[in-house]
Design a protein around this ligand. Structure first.
Ligand code: AMP
Length: 581
């Protein structure tokens, strides 16, 4: 049986896992790591690099890289990197392709099917864009599941005998979800979910970058436009400081000059945990809102929650842990690795889909995270006012579900256009339009005709809308499926063709490419008296790599690694992988 892999397609990092030898297992990438940065870069040669190598490239050549594109999934936005233009699903497809390749190397067989996770609060367009990314990567997306649902599956797989009310607090790089669920001996029931699609760890880094620039009399927007290299390196510094604060009370941020190099003479800004908490306070306050909403929807008070599970790398921040502890009166559960739990859960889901014996006592019920309904006309005084949203399936309803509601057509109407929306706003224009259905052949009457509408929503996000005119056997029907939003088969084929033409940097040479990128970054970081020596070694290394001269490459690489080691840099991860381009 060909394996179905589980993929956590994250804003900043992605992971792939598989259910192997009776348990979910993470798959390492070409660098031997489980986390693959969700970053795509285009080298000057036109080759596309993904992951670690692209992350190094981003620091020295930010305009050749794209990242955090999960944030614009479902939008029509495009970005130009190098000579190529990409959409978010195309960039995500490149990340998925790289994970697929890692899985194939690990499993020694082709991988063509996947379960992919998305934030619970992703709307229909964002889910469709994710499915499309899978298709572009050559993967059949067998199921899209919510990240907290996956986290619950991993939790439930590991701890089958618990009876608990859980709150999953999922703060990733770009999104925030809160899910309340009940676990009873292998049966997991999602009760409520709430979230924000534009709030994540990257916003915390951005706030810090903005603060440092403001203190120096600059603005992030202007600098990003005028001096992207400065912002890119400063962002790397701020990201490192943010992480350092997980274990230390104080972190230091090295100052960056206008060219994007470390300031000379070296200068640092120190940052305490308290200062950081103060800088990100507006974000911390925003985190409270979905927590309160999910608890309200689940009709629970914080004290009725037995355990808070932290998911997503950004949930490691002490200021975030502190907020959760203060709201719930106890420390959150930190047993499972917040970076890994979602991918592991996706692999458990794939085992469920394959009916594997190891998971036959696990049962999962999910909910829909947004309300689904239709646009209606209201009678206001003595006139009709259009544009109101009327939910047929309310948010947090357990799925699969089928619900019917009756409406009356406006007097004299011979046909009615049913507009289907997703969202919570009172006005339909503030919600997401999913599709339309014409109901025709109505006999006009002075009081309007009764029309019933049935919504059926299944686990894979398929929404079937049926409508009947009272007293008529005729049925009107539309199925809003998971095909790529707004894209025809021809559009999809064109995107596939574009991706096929890209030259992907060979996986077995990535290790060396990353070394080169790393050294290039170092050029702007080390003291000037070392810079010349570094560049003198970088030139032959680059030349040997592009000439494909193996003997010279081995020699140049050895010299470089020895030099790096003499600077106190741990070179273990660059050893081995002796392939030359
Ligand atoms: P994702 O990979 O999308 O789940 O999220 C990764 C996010 O977590 C990024 O914004 C990282 O900056 C953040 N992150 C990872 N580790 C840490 C840490 N130790 N402290 C603070 N933020 C972290």
């Amino acid at each position: 049986m060909s394996p179905i892999v589980g993929i956590d397609l994250g804003t900043t990092n992605s992971l792939v896992a598989v259910f192997h030898h009776g348990r979910p297992q993470l798959i390492p990438n070409a660098h031997g790591k489980f986390l693959t940065p969700s970053i795509v870069g285009v080298l000057e040669s036109g080759d596309v690099v993904v992951g670690e190598t692209a992350r190094e490239l981003r620091i020295t050549q930010p305009t050749r890289c794209a990242w955090a594109f999960k944030r614009w999934m479902g939008q029509t936005r495009q970005v130009k990197i190098g000579m190529s233009v990409f959409t978010a699903p195309e960039l995500s497809a490149l990340v998925l392709k790289s994970l697929k390749q890692d899985a194939e190397v690990f499993l020694q067989q082709p991988v063509t099917e996947a379960v992919v996770t998305v934030p619970a609060y992703f709307n229909d367009h964002q889910r469709k864009a994710t499915r499309m990314a899978g298709e572009l990567a050559g993967l059949v997306v067998r199921r899209i599941i919510n990240e907290p649902t996956a986290a619950a599956l991993a939790y439930g797989f590991q701890d089958r005998h618990v009876e608990k009310r859980l709150l999953v607090f999922d703060l990733g790089g770009g999104t925030f979800d809160v899910t309340v669920m009940e676990v009873t001996g292998g049966a997991m029931e999602i009760k409520a979910t709430a979230g924000e699609n534009f709030l994540g760890g990257e916003d915390f880094t951005d706030r810090l970058v903005a603060e440092i620039l403001t203190r120096a009399g600059m603005t992030l927007e202007a600098e990003e436009h005028l001096r992207p290299r400065r912002v890119a390196r400063l962002r790397a510094e701020c990201e490192a400081a943010k992480r350092e604060l997980q274990h230390a009370e104080t972190a230091s941020i090295r100052q960056v000059d206008a060219e994007g190099n470390l300031a000379e003479p070296p200068a640092v800004t120190s940052l305490t945990r308290d200062e950081f908490r103060h800088i990100v306070d507006p974000l911390l306050r925003r985190l409270r809102v979905p927590i309160e909403q999910a608890l309200r929807d689940a009709r629970l008070s914080p004290s009725q929650v037995d355990d808070v599970i932290l998911v997503g790398g950004a949930s490691r921040m002490p200021s975030v842990v502190g907020l959760v502890a203060a709201m719930f009166g106890r420390a959150p559960n930190a047993e499972l690795n917040p970076d890994e739990i979602v991918a592991l859960g996706a692999a458990v889901q794939s085992a469920l889909m394959n009916d594997l014996a190891e998971v036959d006592d696990l049962v999962m019920t999910d909910i829909c995270s947004h309300s689904l309904g239709v646009e209606v006309v209201k009678v206001v005084g003595d006139w009709f006012e259009k544009g109101f949203f009327d939910p047929i399936i309310h948010r947090n309803t357990t799925i699969p579900v089928s619900r019917e509601k009756s409406y009356r057509s406006v007097p004299g109407a011979e046909k009615v256009l049913i507009q289907i929306f997703q969202g919570e706003a009172r006005r339909s224009s503030d919600n997401l339009l999913l599709g339309e259905l014409w109901v025709t052949g109505i006999t006009p009457t002075a009081t309007g005709t009764e029309i019933s509408i049935r919504f059926t929503y299944d686990l894979s996000g398929l929404l079937e809308v049926e409508s009947f005119i009272a007293g008529s056997p005729k049925k009107f029907q539309v199925v809003l499926n998971q095909e790529a939003a707004g894209l025809s088969a021809a559009d999809l084929e064109r995107a596939l063709e574009r991706l096929r033409k890209l030259k992907i940097y060979p996986r077995d040479r990535l290790e060396n490419r990353r070394l080169l990128q790393f050294c290039e970054r170092l050029v702007g970081e080390i003291a000037p008296h070392w810079r010349d020596s570094l560049e003198a070694m970088l030139d032959p290394l680059e030349a040997a790599m592009s000439l494909g001269d193996f003997a010279r490459f081995i020699e140049a690489k050895r010299a470089m690694l020895d030099f790096l080691a003499s600077l106190g840099i741990d070179t273990a991860e660059f050893e081995g992988g002796e392939h030359v381009e």
